[in-house]
Design a binder for this molecule. Structure first.
Ligand code: ADP
Ligand code: F6P
Length: 302
C-alpha cells in the first residue's frame, strides 16, 4: 500500500512536546526511502481544515532532530470538534490526494483521528505530550526533556531556598495527570508531591514531614504540586500559616515544553516516526504507535 497509491500527510496537534520534530523527520525520511510522498500540514487540524499543506522533502527536515517545538506549528482547533470541520478536513485531504494522516499529539488529537478514519482516511497516531498520559504506551515523546527542564529549575530553587531557609512550592505541568510531578519529585528529593490521582492529607503528607525534617536539622523544603490539582497557592499559604516557614510559589509553566530534546526523546521519536510509516506500508490503518518495555507496538486507535 501507498507506493504510487496516495500521499501521507503529517501534522502536530495539541500542546507541543520536545521531540516532535524528530518524529516529523523520521516520517519524512522513512517514507522517502519507500518512494512515498509526504505533505506537512501546518497548525494541526486547523491547517487540515484550511488545506494548509506544504511539501516536505528530505532536505526540509534536515537538522530538525535537535530542535525543540514543532516545525509544522501546532494548534488546538475548536473548528475541528464539529462534524462540519471534520468533513472539511477530509475533503481537503481528498483534494490533495492524501490517503493517510499521521497525527503527532496527545489523546485529544487521537480522538480526531477516529473522526478522520470514519471519513475514509487511514490514520496513525504518534504519542507526543509532556504529560505521559496515554494509556497504551509506557512513554510519550517530550516527557524526558520536560522532566529534565523541571529538575534543573528545581535544583536552582533548592539553592535559594537553602540560603533563605524557606519552603518552595513548585507547580509542575500535566493537565489531569501527575506522572511528571511524581517523576520530578523523586528526582529532586522533594518533601512531598501532590497529584490529582490521589487524595492527600495536609497534616500527614506535608505538615508532619516538614516538622520531622526540621527536627532532623533540615532548614528548607521543596513541595511539588501537579498543575491538575489546582491548589498550588492554597497549599503554599497553608504551609506558611501552619508550619511558620516562609514559603514561595514557582509555577514552572510552559518553560517545561521548550528546549532541545533529550537523547531519549530524539531516539524514541525517531523510532515511532519510522514505525508509523512502516504500519501504513504494511497496509495497517487507524493504529496508535506505542512503546512497551522498550519495544514498538501498535494498537487500535478507536
Ligand atoms: P492533546 O492532543 O495534546 O490531548 P487537545 O486535547 O487539545 O490536545 O486536542 C488537540 C485537538 O484535537 C483539539 O484542539 C481538537 O481539534 C482535536 N480533538 C480533541 N478532542 C476531539 C474529539 N473528541 N473529536 C474530534 N477532535 C478532537
Ligand atoms: O498537554 C500538555 C500541557 O502542557 C499540559 O501539561 C497543560 O495542562 C496544557 O498542555 C497547557 O496547555 P496550553 O499550552 O494550551 O496552555
Amino acid at each position: 500500500m501507498f507506493k504510487n497509491d496516495g500521499t501521507i500527510a503529517v501534522l502536530t496537534s495539541g500542546g507541543d512536546a520536545p521531540g516532535m520534530n524528530a518524529a516529523i523527520r523520521a516520517v519524512v525520511r522513512t517514507a522517502y526511502a519507500r518512494g512515498i510522498e509526504v505533505l506537512g500540514v501546518r497548525r494541526g487540524y486547523t491547517g487540515l481544515i484550511n488545506g494548509d499543506f506544504i511539501e516536505l522533502g528530505i532536505q526540509d527536515v534536515s537538522s530538525l532532530t535537535s530542535q525543540g517545538g514543532t516545525y509544522l506549528y501546532t494548534a488546538r482547533s475548536p473548528e475541528f470538534m464539529s462534524a462540519e470541520g471534520q468533513d472539511r478536513a477530509a475533503s481537503a485531504c481528498k483534494y490533495r490526494g492524501v490517503k493517510a494522516v499521521i497525527v503527532i499529539g496527545g489523546d485529544g488529537s487521537f480522538r480526531g483521528c477516529i473522526e478522520l478514519s470514519k471519513r475514509g482516511l487511514a490514520t496513525i497516531g504518534i504519542p507526543a505530550t509532556i504529560d505521559n498520559d496515554i494509556a497504551c504506551t509506557n512513554y510519550t515523546i517530550g516527557f524526558d526533556t520536560a522532566a529534565n527542564t523541571a529538575i534543573e529549575a528545581i535544583d536552582k530553587l533548592n539553592d535559594t531556598m537553602r540560603s533563605h531557609e524557606r519552603c518552595s512550592v513548585v507547580e509542575v505541568m500535566g493537565r489531569n495527570a501527575g506522572h511528571l510531578a511524581v517523576y520530578v519529585g523523586i528526582a529532586t528529593g522533594a518533601c512531598s508531591v501532590i497529584v490529582p490521582e490521589r487524595p492527600f492529607d495536609f497534616d500527614s503528607d506535608i505538615s508532619e514531614r516538614i516538622r520531622r525534617g526540621k527536627l532532623n536539622g533540615r532548614n528548607h523544603f521543596i513541595v511539588i504540586v501537579a498543575e491538575g490539582t489546582g491548589i498550588t497557592n492554597e497549599v503554599a499559604a497553608r504551609i506558611e500559616r501552619e508550619t511558620g516557614i516562609a514559603t514561595r510559589v514557582t509555577i514552572l509553566g510552559h518553560v517545561q515544553r521548550g528546549g532541545r530534546p533529550s537523547a531519549r526523546d530524539r531516539v524514541t521519536a525517531s523510532r515511532m516516526g519510522k514505525h508509523a510509516v512502516e504500519l501504513l506500508s504494511n497496509g495497517k490503518r487507524n493504529r496508535l504507535v506505542g512503546i512497551i518495555n522498550g519495544t514498538m507496538h501498535d494498537f487500535d486507535i478507536g
